[in-house]
Design a binder for this molecule. Structure first.
Ligand code: HBI
Length: 376
């Protein structure tokens, strides 16, 4: 069954800006693979969005004006609702065009799309791109988004999707069985295998406290190895707080901030690393950079926490160490010769190919559309 799909992207920034982190790649890769599988896909995203030049020309991109949404990680639970917001405009657009589509797919980690679902006549699939931000809080269900997810799951069972089991477990009030676990997929043709690494470690991601960059810098300092940092400075205060540590580390081995690189350039640079360090301080929903590194043959050294703990096969495609144990990260860099870089690439192809992932999404979307037709 060929579906007419409207993918509604994250409102935190335009596609291609990197502000949306991993969920940008998820939206673009999904549009690509579903178009290849014969579906008609359109993407609605904040104004200024750009599609990669090699993306299928059949994919329509609708530019939505409005103020970018502050990231959920920085908002307190009663953050004011933005007027003239990209988020509100995205969903007003969806309301206006919904009859042209069989399914709307939400990629915003925001309260509004979950709240609006019962007001729409076209079914909505919600792909949740992070774990709960209320992990460890006394009363997690005070979080508006967590509440909206629980209500939505009760009213529209089967319409919640996520990357990993560990991500899903962070949402209390929704049974793990009520989530569709989609994992992730990459177009492996866009990642070039490199079997002759240079002498440096890499770290990649949004430069924000939950990503734990300070631990990667400390580990590089301990291991006396150069470190290349890839990603947008999302939180400037946090970046400034890292400068003294970076200066100290600089004395031992070069540390270079390479900024945010689009996929083609990122994989070229990342592929030459001896290893990628993944240091999440939160329950990382997935960690797409980990499979991007593996696709290039780069072993991953990660904390045994969240999505990366489900991606890395310790001793085969890298090393998993105790969360927050910086010394263990550094020691693992001494055991990289035990990891076969070709095996890393083969593991990524076997487990995270775009086609297998696209099929999982297609089956999920078809289930929601079929169920919605039955009840209408
Ligand atoms: N915050 N409010 C909000 N909305 C999003 O869609 C969002 C976010 N923070 C981060 C984010 N999306 C993505 O970078 C991650 O889900 C990958």
């Amino acid at each position: 069954m060929s579906l007419r799909l409207l993918l509604l992207s994250t409102p935190v920034g335009p596609l291609g800006s990197g502000l949306g982190g991993g969920v940008e790649a998820t939206v673009l890769n999904l549009a690509q693979v579903l178009t290849q599988r014969g579906h008609r896909v359109a993407i609605a995203a904040p104004e200024g969005s750009q599609l990669p030049s090699d993306l299928d020309k059949a994919i329509a991109l609708i530019q939505i004006p409005g103020v970018w949404q502050p990231t959920a990680q920085t908002q307190d639970r009663n953050a004011l609702v933005l007027t003239e917001s990209a988020l509100a405009n995205l969903w007003d657009y969806a309301r206006r065009v919904q009859n042209q589509y069989d399914l709307l797919a939400n990629f915003a980690y925001d309260w509004l799309p979950f709240y609006l679902t019962p007001f729409l006549s076209t079914p909505v699939a919600h792909f949740v791109s992070m774990g709960s931000l209320s992990v460890g809080e006394a009363s997690p269900l005070e979080n508006r988004l967590d509440q909206a997810i629980v209500h939505l799951s009760a009213q529209f069972p089967g319409t919640l999707g996520a990357y990993t089991q560990s991500q899903v477990k962070t949402f209390q009030g929704v049974d793990s069985a009520d989530w569709e676990i989609l994992g992730c997929g990459l177009d492996m043709a866009r990642y070039e295998y490199c079997d002759r690494p240079k002498d440096f470690l890499a770290w990649a991601g949004r430069i924000s406290p939950e990503k734990g960059l300070e631990d990667a810098i400390s580990a590089a300092l301990l291991a006396q190895k150069p470190l290349k940092i890839f990603g947008n400075i999302e939180d400037d205060d946090y970046w400034q707080s890292l400068q003294p540590l970076m200066l100290q580390a600089q004395k031992i081995a070069p540390i270079q901030h390479c900024g945010f690189l689009p996929t083609a350039e990122l994989q070229q640079a990342l592929g030459r690393a001896q290893a990628l360090l993944v240091t999440p301080k939160w329950t990382e929903a997935f960690g797409i950079v980990a499979i991007e590194a593996l696709a290039c043959g780069v072993p991953v050294i990660a904390y045994k926490r969240g999505g990366p703990a489900e991606i890395v096969c310790s001793g085969k495609t890298g090393w998993l160490v105790a969360p927050d144990d910086v010394r263990a990260l550094a020691e693992a860099t001494e055991r990289l010769q035990q990891i076969d870089r070709q095996a890393c690439r083969e593991w990524a192809i076997a487990n995270y190919s775009l086609s297998a992932w696209g099929e999982r999404f297609e089956q999920w979307f078809c289930k929601i559309v079929a169920k919605s037709k039955k009840h209408s």
